[in-house]
Design a protein around this ligand. Sequence first.
Ligand SMILES: N[C@@H](CCC[C@H](N)C(=O)O)C(=O)O
Length: 273
Amino acid sequence: MRFVKGHGTENDFVILPDPDGALELTADAVARLCDRRAGIGADGVLRVVRTKATEFDGAGAEWFMDYRNADGGIAEMCGNGARVFARYLVDAGLAEPGEWDIATRAGLRRVTLGPSGDVSVDMGPPELLGTGEASMAGETFAGVRVSMGNPHLACRVDGPVTALDLSRAPHFDPQVFPDGVNVEFFRAVGERHLEMRVYERGSGETRSCGTGTVAVAAAAASEQGTGRMSLPEGEWTVDVPGGRVTVTLDGRTSHLKGPAVLVADGETRPGWL
Ligand SMILES: N[C@@H](CCC[C@H](N)C(=O)O)C(=O)O
């Protein structure tokens, strides 16, 4: 099986080119590919498949991003994955630099990219769903529930995010989050400038989460309380352990911009999976 390895702010992926949808990708195979000791190692898998070979045929995009978490579970959307997916398509000559849509389980997402460099994704409008909480290492964290197509709980903290112990999964109420949740911890470090760490559903602590960075920018913007229905417009810088991304809220939608890097090509050994 051919693969490419890539990352977006160190949120890393095994990319599996499967244009005709011929791969039978089981949860077990995904978990083995993502295993950092016995496999290739990644936070998730991006299967690259033509929409016409999937149930998303007719969605209005040529390519479907089939994203899976490291534990083999399926997620609706992955923001860093979308950037890396788009960079792979251009690098492989399967798409031209420019602006076009990719299909995801959360709907179409428009990507903008040149022949090299950063990739921007229209992430859609963040959906603020009220408050929620999670607990970790004996402490309870209050946050804002945000849907970016996938579920998030964005928790503001007082101290540096580096001080948090994210070695274990945060606890949350499964009645509030029946599909699980990605939990972000963020703190303001300047004007529209946040630092963030995340514990991702299905992948554990990762060094970046694109949907999570938009969720924390939306949560922080909502606290600015203009009383209007839409979030205050503005550009946010979000620092994550793996680097820096920019989130733009424009009242209609949100954009995530940041690096997307391909680092290796390879082939799994016959019979290994
Ligand atoms: N790292 C991703 C999010 C991946 C999916 C998430 N773990 C979930 O289960 O919803 C991103 O960059 O958005």
